[in-house]
Design a protein. Structure first.
Lengths: 312, 312
């Protein structure tokens, strides 16, 4: 997904939240914000939003000399998710379709995202997670996902955020674990999941865990390690969690299931869904055909005089 | 009022709305947005937000070769306000305190502001205006304003937006008109009021109308004409409408009554009021003392470890 103009004010809002998380010194905050404005003025809009996020948060980490500004938030999210696990397991066990319930909870965990939301209110988070159990979702897609993962030889599961990873584990327990590789980010970025979180939630004892080799808050393949790319190419099913993975992989010609909650109007427009919708979406690999179709669609849209930019 | 960090994402959001209003060409939109990002990266945060607004919208007008991008919106606001006038006059005539009612309506007109709001929905606007008639307001301040304008020798009334100017006229009808000078902006900026709007609503036939000599969406005194500054200095009461005039004059040591609706959390924090509050506020001239007090208060705030920046 390319960067829309509407992402720009949002980059600045996210950067502002981040500089406040890393330093109380207004002079440092100002210096970093000026740097972010300068970076943004030069960005290539054909790049995905996480590509800009990577650069912005790298600048913030360097300027603040804090290599993991979201560590405390990640720990809090992990604790919060950990404490919900007994309830979540009971919910799956008593569900008429445990796989569907586990998919719902994995998507529900996606609300623990500090790139998008600004405040973490545990009470509201709990209510939203419970709400996801009964919200509209594509049940046919879930059934298809279920049958495909049962047959898949190599499943690459791309994690998203701390806290959320506990919910991912619940879904992974429904998969053929011996064929699953779980991928975390290569270095701390926002509250995205790293190897430490995979250890915390016990995933390293269940499945093979690799990292992307990149500090992008998504999966920018050309920025990932050779090892990661080999896993990505070898997988006959990729499960990509969250907005960052969608934004960076939505134009890739690969067998990807996207599981996420659309949490901003730009992504909702790109996904052609309502903001807030639960997404279980299969991206058919087409050997190049799909990309061409996307380009055609884009040209057709332009011809029709439709503004490709979101207004909200 | 200085520019707060939280104003920065808002500048970008406003610029994005504005570039979409002036051109449908995505390349031009991108070029202008990059220019705005570059400008913002170099701005002096000690300047008020309208100082930045002036530069941003000047860049947009130049790049789009459109000297008055908000002309159609201004005409629409004027028509909308014009059509409400029979109702508004009846409301004032039947009010137990016509002056208070006129002040309320003048503040109500301040919702017609396209620097802050993004969509103009006439039905909602009408409801908000009606709501202002019964909303909490400082009645003592209104009584004080009433007695002061009765005694004032020279009243300078600083207009704000098109449409709103019709409501200003209703308040001016309650003032000693022969002692009132009404000021408009020196050139088109956003949907701010210019001489053309003063003519449209008939104010030029009622009172002396001058312009600020500046295209800032507020009153940056050093950017105003000598003639305007002479009027400002000579006035024993200034009535300053709207956020732009507040942001640019809140640190001036002058006898100003601010009438506005606080429409963003940054201004609400600066005014120490709830967002959405109706403001009737007297700024005592102190011959320099006040500025010193503000500085002291600011230092005290910093000492107390309070974050001077809004979080929202």
């Amino acid at each position: 997904m390319k960067t829309y103009f509407d992402c720009i004010p949002c980059f600045l809002r996210q950067a502002l939240d981040a500089v406040r998380a890393v330093t109380d010194d207004p002079r440092k905050q100002e210096m970093i914000l000026r740097g972010v404005l300068h970076l943004t003025s030069q960005m290539d809009l054909k790049d995905s939003p996480p590509s800009m996020g990577k650069r912005i948060h790298s600048l913030i980490r360097e300027a603040s000399r804090n290599s993991d500004p979201y560590l405390a938030i990640k720990e809090r999210c992990n604790r919060f998710a950990h404490d919900l696990m007994p309830w979540a397991r009971r919910t799956i066990e008593s569900a008429s379709d445990p796989f569907e319930c586990a998919v719902r909870l994995a998507i529900a965990g996606n609300i623990l995202d500090f790139g998008v939301q600004r405040v973490f209110d545990e009470e509201s988070a709990r209510k939203i997670i419970e709400g996801v159990l009964h919200a509209p979702i594509d049940l046919d897609a879930i059934r298809q996902l279920h049958s495909e993962v049962a047959e898949a030889k190599k499943i690459l599961y791309l994690g998203d955020n701390a806290g959320e990873i506990f919910f991912d584990r619940l879904l992974i327990e429904q998969l053929p674990c011996e064929r699953v590789t779980f991928a975390v980010r290569g270095a701390p970025i926002l509250n995205d999941v790293t190897r430490a979180d995979a250890v915390t939630c016990g995933l390293t004892e269940m499945v093979n865990v690799i990292d992307s080799g990149s500090d992008a808050p998504g999966t920018i393949l050309e920025d990932c390690s050779v090892e990661f790319r080999a896993h990505f190419t070898a997988a006959d099913r990729v499960i990509a969690k969250g907005q960052g993975n969608y934004e960076t992989l939505s134009d890739e010609d690969a067998p990807i299931w996207f599981l996420l909650k659309a949490k901003c109007p730009v992504i909702a427009q790109d996904l052609r869904c309502e903001n807030g919708a639960l997404i279980v979406r299969w991206q058919h690999p087409t050997g190049g055909e799909q990309k061409q179709r996307s380009i055609l669609t884009c040209q057709e849209t332009e011809k029709a005089g439709e503004d490709p930019i979101i207004r909200h």
